[in-house]
Design a protein around this ligand. Sequence first.
Ligand SMILES: C[S@@+](CC[C@H](N)C(=O)[O-])C[C@H]1O[C@@H](n2cnc3c(N)ncnc32)[C@H](O)[C@@H]1O
Length: 246
Amino acid sequence: MKINADRPRDLAAARHRYYDRLAEHFVREIGSGRIRTILEAGCGRGQLTIPLLGKLPTSARMIAVDSSKGPYAGWLNELAATLHGRRLGHRVRVVDSDVRHLEAVDTESVDVVVSNELICDLPRKPQLQKALGEFYRVLRPGGIMVHGEWSSCPTAGPQGLLIRHWPSWTPDHLFVLMRDAGFHSFRVTYFDTTMHLGYENAVGELRTWGWTERLLKRHHRLLKQQGIELPFEHLIRCEKEKHRVE
Ligand SMILES: C[S@@+](CC[C@H](N)C(=O)[O-])C[C@H]1O[C@@H](n2cnc3c(N)ncnc32)[C@H](O)[C@@H]1O
């Protein structure tokens, strides 16, 4: 399915629709086991957090973690304000932290860890290994982990602008690193809803990807003619052993 955001005024509704469908996919992957506490790592300004909360049992509590730095500065404050405005504050503990050092979260205190578009921000192996070690520590035995990330495989047709998401860990890379961190029972699924962005929306998006004005100018004609289609997403789900492995 393709969601179109051809004009700037279409963007908010398109994003809302996209994340609502993505949250449904996450909930399917999490499954029907009892969830008391779910930790969202790299929650950002809550684009997934809010629809996810709406689809989880109201008894479920969330720990929303983000370091909110650099291009993401202020995002955690934005989330806190949104939660307050929607009267969801009592269900979410917002934690300003690096996911590689989750001192604020107790060992084996969480039933589920999820993330979306976080892992690409941990492009070096030791960074990802450190984060996976922390996710393993905070998860209770038998806990579930689901990470979603845009694929590095471009979706554009032969005439289109090649939008390549990089850096991007492939499911194979993730399998090896997560297995080495102690996880098992892997499953990869694909979320094949994508968004098509018209010119203005595409330019805004590509700037957040670090595209310079020079690069935007070079591709101006194609962007104007076709906009861009964002990549599809893969989700990797795995579990922590039910019993402690010595
Ligand atoms: C591309 S954004 C995705 C945000 C959100 N998950 C979404 O789907 O809209 C990546 C987020 O991960 C956060 N992040 C990146 N590296 C982090 C780290 N080491 N510790 C905590 N948060 C991190 C960023 O601050 C940012 O909010």
